[in-house]
Design a protein around this ligand. Structure first.
Ligand SMILES: [Fe+2]
Length: 234
């Protein structure tokens, strides 16, 4: 480390080795199913880049919501195509990112779900407000014997400290978007991410990558928030 790096309050993603050994629990690299990657060539390019950064496992977590009503069977088929096309070292998994809406309630009731690992569900709400039935849906998920993982809690503008505490008290797991640590979603999400990380409130990490991004290694993150960072897994 150079003297400049030593004295600076920030360090690059590359020097902090944030991706080395990473299990990326949130990505949109399954091609052409949502607002993420559009072609298999781009998926493979991202996987190749991630291999060079030391990523160990990636969960493909396409959106499932009323506006993007992907079916489990179609996603499984497309995932199998991606698996066949990829021959690198990263372990690939399929799950989904569920918006808490009426379609999700239908899928939950019919037990038609793509969990994260064996018994976790990755869910999100709108960035601006949660539906009135948010907490009752959380209870319904738990009553199915599943853990709730809230995607990128730092990005919800309506969530304040008391909301995060309430969610943690209810056993909700939090997934950090790594890009939040260098302000990719604005300064408010960055500050919240740094605070939640330093309080040890995150359970897992994800990139939430939607497109190839070669800039990541040179992004700069605050060193002090990284004291709490480690490779997290379920
Ligand atoms: Fe996402």
């Amino acid at each position: 480390m150079s003297l400049l790096d030593f004295l600076s309050s920030k360090i690059t993603v590359e020097k902090a080795a944030l991706y080395n050994g990473l299990i990326d629990y949130h990505s949109h690299i399954l091609p052409n199913v949502d607002d993420g990657v559009k072609t298999i060539e781009e998926s493979l390019a991202i996987l190749s880049l991630y291999e060079s950064w030391g990523v160990k496992e990636i969960y493909c977590t396409p959106h499932i919501m009323e506006d993007i009503p992907n079916t489990s069977s179609d996603l499984k088929e497309r995932f199998s195509t991606l698996q066949q096309a990829y021959s690198g070292s990263i372990q690939l998994h399929l799950a989904a990112e569920y918006m808490i809406d009426m379609l999700f309630t239908e899928r939950l009731n019919s037990k038609d779900l793509l969990p994260l690992g064996n018994d976790h569900l990755l869910v999100e709400t709108s960035y601006f407000s949660a539906p009135s039935y948010f907490y009752s849906v959380i209870d319904a998920i738990k009553s199915e014997g599943l853990w709730v993982v809230l995607a990128h809690p730092e990005r919800y503008t309506y969530m304040k400290e008391k909301d995060y505490i309430r969610l943690k008290e209810q056993g909700i797991k939090f997934q950090l978007n790594l890009h939040s640590l260098w302000g990719a979603y604005g300064s408010s999400a960055q500050t919240k991410a740094e605070q939640l990380l330093s309080k040890g409130m995150y359970d897992i990490c994800g990139t939430d990558i939607h497109h190839i991004d070669n800039q990541t290694p040179q992004q700069r993150v605050h060193k002090n928030c990284l004291n709490a960072y480690h490779i997290m897994s379920l």
